[in-house]
Design a protein around this ligand. Structure first.
Ligand SMILES: Cc1ncc(COP(=O)(O)O)c(C=O)c1O
Length: 380
């Protein structure tokens, strides 16, 4: 929570505009995060994962700082370009793309695409001839709070075939990518993936194809309730692993931070709508907020991301609570398996601050489930 955000929220309250939950993102924090990534990995290009927070102010700031962009759709490509990024600074990093979207990206000038199978390579060869492709390999997501396993990537032993297929179809077989899982708490998790990447490089070299790039993905964490290692520790661990597996022939590298770039830049202010118990004897109270899974806090699914929640009564006596959202859907419960300690004095109308919410909140918010509007967002 920065002073700038605190002042913004106070002014909003004074003006009586605090009628619903809102996210406030402090651009100064985003700027600091970008600088930390650039320092921790000085030879690596940063491709900000637009999906984490595509607010135009965030994208414009990052574009002006020299960032490139990892995009998941044509809309994200257009958002990055509107913020000032030229197409040579954009990667279409989703492995699942419609051919007409590949063609649209190509028409916009994008020449860098992710693949993880031969069928996707064929789409790119048809719709974006001559482009560079990198093949994503599977990672099991061990050590990550929000794993991205199974759905994306092929096994490392399949990647050479995919890349050779690309080469044969006139594409540039450019490199290998992986994602070690979002909110990855262990900097050493890049080691295994880099080992696989280096063996794919060797295999392709034997087939006469020189790969050039390793996309190290995202996964850099933000601080929620637990401390996380600093970006510097990730930079050091990654450099060690690169040297170990590639020796003195370290390839071009890129990273795609999303959460680590914007997570700690945002705070959501929300309000307690109801405090109740399910029976007289119940020891756990239910605290219902005006924000839930459907208007911004989707990452509480399976209680995977546990946000710090601050209140004006912090420091006073607490009791365990189930925290739930406002909608008429019983899935809309944030923390129940592991009840959350909140002040006993918390009551209807109390404000709560949910920290670390700059990433993966606004865009996860539904357009109007139960009539609740999408999460309001301010960038300061
Ligand atoms: C291809 C790709 N790159 C980067 C990211 C960003 O990951 P993170 O927010 O963990 O940095 C994601 C997240 O889903 C992704 O799918």
């Amino acid at each position: 929570m920065t002073d700038r955000i605190r002042e913004f929220l106070e002014a909003r309250r004074r003006a009586g505009r605090d009628v619903g939950p809102c996210l406030v993102v402090d651009l100064e924090v985003v700027r600091d995060n970008y600088t930390s990534f650039a320092k921790a990995l000085p030879d690596t290009r940063v491709f900000y994962a637009v999906k984490a927070n595509p607010a135009p102010e965030v994208l414009s700031l990052l574009a002006s700082l020299g960032s490139c962009f990892d995009t998941a759709s044509v809309v994200e490509i257009e958002q990055a370009m509107a913020a000032g990024a030229t197409p040579d600074r954009i990667s279409f990093g989703n492995t699942i793309k419609k051919e007409r979207d590949i063609a649209r990206a190509y028409a916009l000038g994008v020449r860098l695409f992710a693949v993880d199978c031969e069928a996707e390579v064929e789409k790119i060869a048809r719709a974006a001839p001559g482009s560079k492709v990198f093949c994503r390999i599977l990672c099991d997501g061990t050590g990550a709070e929000w794993p991205l396993s199974r759905k994306f990537g092929c096994t490392p032993d399949m990647a050479p075939r995919v890349l050779e297929h690309a080469h044969r179809l006139g594409l540039s077989a450019y490199g290998v990518s992986f994602h070690v899982g979002s909110q990855q708490g262990n900097p050493n998790m890049w080691d295994g993936a880099l080992k696989s990447a280096s063996s794919i490089f060797r295999d392709l070299a034997e087939r006469g194809i020189q790969l050039q790039m390793v996309n190290l993905g995202g996964g850099f964490p933000t601080r929620y309730l637990k401390n996380v290692p600093a970006v510097k520790a990730y930079g050091q661990a990654i450099f060690r692993a690169l040297s170990k597996h590639f020796g003195n022939r370290i390839p071009e590298t890129i990273i795609e931070p999303g959460r680590g770039m914007v997570g700690n830049a945002g705070v959501i202010e929300a309000e307690v709508v109801l405090v109740s118990k399910k029976s007289q004897e119940d020891e756990v109270r239910w605290v219902y907020l005006d924000i839930g899974k459907f208007n911004g806090l989707a990452e509480t699914t399976d209680e995977m991301i546990r946000y710090p929640i601050r209140t004006a009564a912090d420091g006073s006596a607490t009791a365990p609570c189930v925290i739930a959202g406002p909608s008429c859907d019983s899935v809309d419960v944030l923390y129940e398996k592991e009840p959350y300690l909140l002040p006993i004095s918390l009551e209807i109308g109390s404000k709560v601050l949910i920290e670390g919410t700059g990433a993966y909140t606004t865009t996860y918010s539904s357009v109007g489930f139960n009539g609740f509007p999408p999460l309001e967002s301010f960038v300061i």
